[in-house]
Design a binder for this molecule. Structure first.
Ligand code: CND
Ligand code: ZN
Length: 400
């Protein structure tokens, strides 16, 4: 916790009014906060709105008042069991908020700062953080799936039971506690009800195009899956100067929005007799320069790979695949010269890059508005998930 200078010398020098004030502030900092949160007690069940206790932040931890949080398909992957995490758990990883209190040793944020929690942390010490390009900090909880803070701690309790953290963030709650490496200060002018999308969807998609694939001017791209992340890939392809951007989705309701953000054409695999990769190779005379799988299915990952040019195409896996399933591919697909890669969080180094992306939003370099189709409240979170599953929403943002 923030240590106030309550040593003996200080006590003697300080008048009683100031001391009373300081002790009240001090105890407020140590207080457990009771607030509302959406708890997943077990998989394949709706989230339950509960009163939870949020413990104060300990050393190198930060307690955040969440202001807005988006509903991403990765949260749904946990609900349906395709991404495995321990339950009970508080999901949510795409948010913006305000620091409420800080633990001892925290220097990069202070109470009152506007912040974004980071589901991909940046410790700046591990090999990945020190690598010039890599961004998967070894302190991440995606690969370990522990459902705790970095030191194994849990700061949520509900009905007397400890409730797990998700990806070091847990944002479907009015207050959360994160490690300092999992939060970054953003511009005080940030519109918090929108920049939550910088915490996952926009950044993941945009970075997959500009940073991971490194889309080139005049190139042809195909994006499989036109949800919030896929549309953000399209925004990235367009800003990198791609001249042809083909959207692929089995839900044609997604096409108008895809065109609004930059797709030059959209196709539905259900409209064709032959495999969609063959359709794309024909349409583009030997395959696209860059392809992106932004759904999280094994068949579309292979189709995306096969859609790119066999000599120089680059295919990026963005979608999170179902747990414990493997792909079998003919290595010839790669031997001829294709590159197959994937990335978390669009390859961005979170602490370094998020504040810049937020500044770009404030400077109107990108618009997040087309991605936000619904604004709702924490109480209506299950309806928000239903909208995502039925394909009726792109992003629902919950305002807390
Ligand atoms: P969302 O569900 O909004 O979009 C997926 C889209 O795919 C929908 O429009 C579907 O209609 C479409 N679709 C489904 N099946 C098919 C199919 N067979 N062929 C063509 N289209 C299909 O999801 P989202 O945009 O929130 O997330 C997309 C994926 O990205 C998902 O797997 C999520 O978990 C993942 C992701 C990855 C990362 C990362 O860091 N790599 C971060 N966040 C989310
Ligand atoms: Zn996400």
């Amino acid at each position: 916790m923030v240590s106030l200078p309550l040593d003996c010398d200080f006590l003697e020098r300080t008048d009683s009014f100031l001391l009373l004030f300081l002790s009240q502030v001090h105890s407020a900092w140590y207080m457990v906060i009771k607030c509302k949160a959406a708890v997943l007690w077990e998989i394949n069940k709706p989230l339950s709105i509960e009163e939870v206790e949020v413990a104060p932040p300990q050393a190198n931890e930060v307690r955040i008042k969440i202001v807005s949080t988006g509903i991403c398909r990765s949260d749904d992957h946990v609900i349906n069991g395709s991404l495995v995490y321990p339950t009970p758990i508080i999901l949510g990883h795409e948010a913006a908020g305000i620091v409420e209190s800080i633990g001892e040793g925290v220097t990069s944020v202070k109470p009152g700062d506007k912040v974004i929690p980071l589901f991909t942390p940046q410790c700046k010490q591990c090999k990945a953080c020190k690598h010039p390009v890599a961004n998967l900090c070894s302190a991440n909880d995606l690969t370990s799936s522990k459902g705790t803070l970095r030191n194994g701690a849990i700061r949520f309790t509900c009905r007397g039971k400890p409730i797990h953290h998700f990806l070091g963030t847990s944002t479907f709650t009015e207050y959360t506690v994160v490690d300092e490496i999992s939060v970054v200060k953003i511009d005080p002018a940030s519109p918090l009800e929108k920049v939550c999308l910088i915490g996952c969807g926009f950044t993941t998609g945009y970075g997959s195009a500009v940073k991971v694939a490194k889309v080139t001017p005049g190139s042809t791209c195909v994006v499989f899956g036109l949800g919030g992340v896929g549309l953000s890939v399209i925004i990235g392809c367009k800003s990198a100067g791609a001249s042809r951007i083909i959207g692929v989705d089995i839900n044609k309701e997604k096409f108008s929005k895809a065109k609004e953000v930059g797709a030059t054409e959209c196709i539905n695999p259900l409209d064709y007799q032959k495999p969609i990769e063959d359709v794309l190779v024909e349409m583009t005379k030997n395959g696209v320069d860059f392809s992106f799988e932004v759904i999280g299915r094994l068949d579309t990952m292979t189709a995306a790979l096969q859609s790119c040019n066999n000599a120089y195409g680059v295919s990026v896996i963005v979608g999170v695949p179902p747990n414990a399933q493997n792909l079998s591919v003919n290595p010839m697909l790669l031997l001829t010269g294709r590159t197959w890669k994937g990335a978390i969080f669009g390859g961005f180094k979170s602490k370094d890059d998020i504040p810049k992306l937020v500044s770009d939003v404030i400077a109107k370099k990108f618009k997040l508005d087309p991605l936000i189709t619904n604004v709702s409240s924490l109480d209506k979170i299950n309806e928000g998930f239903d909208m995502l599953r039925s394909g009726k929403s792109i992003r629902t943002v919950l305002i807390m």
